[in-house]
Design a protein around this ligand. Sequence first.
Ligand code: FES
Length: 312
Amino acid sequence: MTLRVASALDLAKGVRSFELVRPDGAALPAFTPGSHVSVQTPSGAWRKYSLCNDPAERHHYVIAVKNEIGSQGGSRSMHEKLRVGDTLSVSEPANAFALVAKARAYIFIAGGIGITPILSMIRSFGELPPAPWKLHYLSRDPESTAFLDVLSHPALRPYVVVHHSSGDPAKSYDLWPALEKPNGAHVYCCGPRRLMEAVRDMTGHWSPANVHFESFTEGGGTKPDDRPFTVKLARSAKEFEIPVGKSILSVVREHGCHANWSCESGTCGTCRTGLLEGQADHRDMVLLPEEMESQIMICVSRAKSERLVIDL
Ligand code: FES
């Protein structure tokens, strides 16, 4: 779709929201809470952004973009180059972080800009939430906290805890009281990787079906000691080199081979693939410890050995 920027707003330090509409004013495709769209940024790079408005609204999509320091420039170009009235190529909405309709309760955990998909979930509840819910919203300081005004509304006070760490680990927020007892609730966590890993560690005794993660760090990011490695596809015997900075999934797709995928961030489970030989460097949020020897999430995970053979 080609959409026009109808308005733009500075929400917090380094966070800008954009309201996207059809140039002819027609209704947009419907979306469900937790959905995202892919946007071709002014730099030319495509980036995924969660929709943070109420899914009942059909006249606009609202995204919030963080100007990431050290990013490859996609989000930075949204801040520096995109103006009201400009048009952008935007995909139809997709959802790799869907809200379960019948939960006994919802526990939302957002870190920084990870609030965006969770905000659409909360907004979809309106005045009659389908189940009790609580939001734990963690950020560095008030100035960098997007939607603080919305979430500080007196009507939301019983449901929302906002915690600022000021960058001091000693002031980190203790999520254990919220996660200690699995009680049929569904946990939705979106934020920096270390927050998601902490939540994953604290929910080891929960049913995996009740714990959901979302992240847009495509390819899982790179680490300083990443090395290239080889992947062999067992079914076709094709073999590819996976360079630093590219995922197995992206290389496999570049060569026209079929693989299932959705989130590209190691959180949805769609790209789960059998691991037949080699030792994986697991970087996903999905696999259980007992699955790690025989399976791999090819959108983010890499190899500790020189070569992997996967069931593809
Ligand atoms: Fe979602 Fe890999 S595509 S985990």
